[in-house]
Each structure stands twice: as C-alpha cells, then as structure tokens.
Unconditional design. Sequence first.
Length: 324
Amino acid sequence: MILPASTDIASDLDETQTIPESERGQRLDRILASLYPDYSRSRLQQWLKQGNIRINGATDVPAKTKMQGGERITLDIPKEAQGTWQPEDIPLNIVYEDEAIIIVNKPVGLVVHPGAGNHTGTMVNALLHHQPELINLPRAGIVHRLDKDTSGLLVVAKQLPAHTHLVAQLQARAFERTYRAVANGVFTAGGVVDAPIGRDPHHRTRMAVVHNGRDAVTHYKVISRFEKHCYLELKLETGRTHQIRVHMAHLRHPLFGDKTYGRQVRLPSGLDESSIQYLQQFKRQALHAYGLGLEHPSTGEWMSWQAPLPEDMQHLLNILGHQP
C-alpha cells in the first residue's frame, strides 16, 4: 500500500502536563522544549502551528507567548506519513533490534534512501516491509547513510523520540563510526585529515576538499601494508558526503576500486591470471562500515556492534597478501 505524504493516520500519543509555576514569565516555545526534550524544537513549533499542542484547550497560542505558570498543556502527537514509499520484500541483515532501534548491516549495491533514479529497491522500501509504521518517521527512521557501494552498519530509529535523540547524538559527533578500507599506495603511518569538504566546482556530481566547504575530520591508521596498497582503519568525527573517499583521494591514496575519486588499478607483481582479473573487475570502492557505537536513546546505555568484512573485500585482501 502506498501512503500519501499528507495522510493523518491517527494520534500516536496524548500527553498532558501542567506548566510549573517556576516557568512564570517564560516563552511558550522555550517551555515546550524544556518539558518535551524527546522532540526537536522545530517539530514542537510545527505541532504548535498545526494545533497538535493545546494550551488550556486553545490551539491558537503563539510560540512567543509568555506563560503565567499552571497552564495545562495537551500534546497530541500525530502519526503522519513522511513519504509515498512502497514496502518491498527485500532481505535485511538485521544485527540488532529492540523497541527503539534497528541496526542493519547494509550489503553492497543497496541504495539507502529513494531518490532520483532510485524510487524502489532501497533500504527504505525494505524497512517498510519489515515494519510499516516506519512510514511515520522522517526518512523511515534512517539517521545516517552509506553510499550505494559501501557496505556495513547503519542505525534506524523505530520511534520519534529515538530518532530525535539519535540525530542529536550525530550532530554532537557522539557516534563512534569505524570503517575498514583498502587504499592505493603505501602509507608510512596513520594520521588525521582535517580538510573541509564541499561540492567540486569543476565536477558538480563529485565532492572535493575546498576552502569554503564544511568542516570534515577523518582519523586513519594502518592495519597492513602491501606492495602497492594499504589496509586501513578509519574513524569519522564528521559525516560529510563521500568523506573518507574524498579525504583519501586528497592524500593521493584513493580507495581501491573507487571509480569516482580513484585511478587505474595498480597490480602487485607475481599475481596469477585469475587474481589479476579479480582486481581489474572489482566493482566498487573497497570501503566497509565495520563498527558502530552509540548511546541507546531509551536506556542511555553505550552499545556497539561490529560487522565482518563482506566476501569481496576479504578476497581482495587475500590476493594482496593480508595475514589475518
């Protein structure tokens, strides 16, 4: 079933609170943010304008109104479809799930969110088949993304408070995101790339390190060195589009197999014909979201997960000579 974006499904929660006398003289929008920290200020203001928040039964109280204290707030949280995406029976590798979150190990080739040219066959479509109620959350609960050809771990919120909490963590750089990658060339040591990323002024479909870009920080260390390549572990402080791929290319060590930011395949010496063919036909950037850590939005407990390398990267490393 396809749900229109404006469909009002039902009320998810009716909640009533009384404004404390200590809040006398404070603006309504500030009081709402204090009393309902599970929801963003912008969402609370939207609900206030829509009439989902009533003050002593009234739905026309402006956000800037100063309260006297003692007023009754009734919050009717709506369930509203956030898109017209269709559920599809696409397998998901779910690493962990509870009442608040889902941790998914995304395979290579799966687009995370529908967009131009990818209206179906995405992780959103798969998630809606797994749990149709996710249609009521922004981006079906997806908090952060991976490129189509990057594999690994993603967190999905199942409730609006969880979504708000996770987005706040992401913005505060509190997520721990660890990647494994194979890069061209040989690093002598690990390091940090602190270089702003923005749209490439010469190639509008690509990103680049540009002076007026958004701040971006990537930490990297060497796991193994080979004749012409390196196996790396990388950690993100920020999460810009294509960040690892752009930063490694900026260091003149683009990721193996990266057709957008990379270069012609470099072949180690002494390989047999089948190994040479495998390297030449490797179809994606060798990048995997290996580890994910976060504070659970309901319990406050720190939780972390790891996803083993997919088969294609394991085979790539074997050919290059990695010894586990």
